[in-house]
Write a protein that binds this ligand. Structure first.
Ligand code: 5GP
Length: 108
């Protein structure tokens, strides 16, 4: 079980963000430090999974839903093409241990 992180606080509403997507299981919001013209984070509401490896093993349907949401965001905010990044582990640059996808798009 993952510890609550800043993303858990965003999911619960304790930290307010503008939600671009809000479904039963997933939210999306803009990264606070964008690395591309469009840089959106797709975050499951559950705090159960710290990284994409755990998510893929535990709930592959939720991972598939994240990819679908990424595609929809890229269509809405860019030309439909996108890079999908999951940092998996501190040595790969992961800083928030609540699984999330970076959707990077728009003139990469
Ligand atoms: P990681 O390095 O774990 O893959 O990505 C974490 C991302 O979350 C970083 O790109 C960072 O800029 C973003 N981030 C961290 N804290 C906040 C926050 O409070 N609000 C938003 N919108 N993004 C955040």
């Amino acid at each position: 079980m993952a510890e609550e992180t800043v993303f858990g606080k965003i999911v619960s509403g304790e930290i307010p963000v503008e939600k671009l997507v809000d479904t039963d299981r997933v939210i999306a919001f803009r990264d606070i430090a964008p690395q591309a013209p469009v840089h959106i984070l797709v975050v499951p509401k559950t705090i159960a999974y710290a990284n994409v490896t755990e998510l893929a093993a535990g709930d592959p349907a939720l991972l598939a839903e994240m990819v679908k949401v990424a595609q929809e965001l890229a269509k809405e905010y860019a030309d439909g093409d996108f890079r999908l990044v999951f940092n998996n582990g501190a040595n790969a640059g992961q800083t928030v241990f609540h699984v999330h996808a970076h959707v990077l798009a728009g003139g990469l």
